[in-house]
Design a protein around this ligand. Structure first.
Ligand code: ZN
Length: 199
């Protein structure tokens, strides 16, 4: 990695954003393991262009992204390239948690969630509900069975596992360190992550 320009620990339930220049690398470290990290990204110069899950999966020819795969926008442009991945299992289809979906799924009201986190993190950039799209989840394990069944199951990330994402254009990167406690996506106990940006 090049010169470090940001190195922070994001607590459980925390958020993080940064506008990154092409060539900069974002390392996300799952400090304690089994921690889902919800992730969105946008063209920083025109946020109407943003991550497109379906196109990213089609180009990768898999739902399981790892080293070498690109993260693509809805305009066919590469926002990031995954240049390192020590975990090997991330989610492209499960989306983010929210107070509303927690009430629907688990019958609990008023819980923290990644959707509220995304809204809080996007607000300073003038972005809101219309700008939240199906997101990526680093370190979240959502296998799909041959009959099409899918579920959020125990994560496989070990303490210290990381992904490195190289920006391929001017990007706005947005993280919600998932606060979910009602399914195994965070090992039932949300924990901190570390974010390192280098040149
Ligand atoms: Zn979440």
């Amino acid at each position: 990695m090049g010169k470090v320009i940001e190195d922070v620990v994001i607590p459980a339930e925390g958020t993080w954003t940064r506008v990154m220049a092409p060539g900069e690398v974002l390392r996300i470290v799952d400090l304690e393991g089994k921690q889902a990290v919800d992730f969105l990204c946008y063209n920083a110069k025109n946020p109407e262009e943003r991550y497109n899950a379906a196109d990213t999966m089609k180009y990768a020819k898999t739902i399981f992204l790892t080293k070498g795969h690109g993260i693509y926008s809805d305009m066919g442009n590469k926002l990031f390239t995954i240049v390192d991945d020590t975990c090997g299992r991330h989610d492209t289809i499960g989306g983010c948690c929210s107070a509303e979906s927690n009430e629907f799924r688990y019958g609990v009201k008023g819980t923290p969630g990644c959707r509220a986190n995304f809204l809080k993190a996007l607000a300073p950039y003038g972005l809101g509900k219309k700008d939240i799209v199906a997101n990526l989840n680093w370190f979240m394990n959502v296998p799909v069975e041959p009959d099409g069944a899918m579920a959020i199951v125990d994560g496989v990330s070990k303490p210290g596992d990381h992904v490195d994402l190289r920006a391929d254009m001017d990007v706005l990167a947005v993280i919600s360190n998932c606060p979910q406690t009602r399914n195994p996506c965070n090992g039932w106990k949300p924990t901190p992550i570390r974010v390192v940006v280098s040149e």
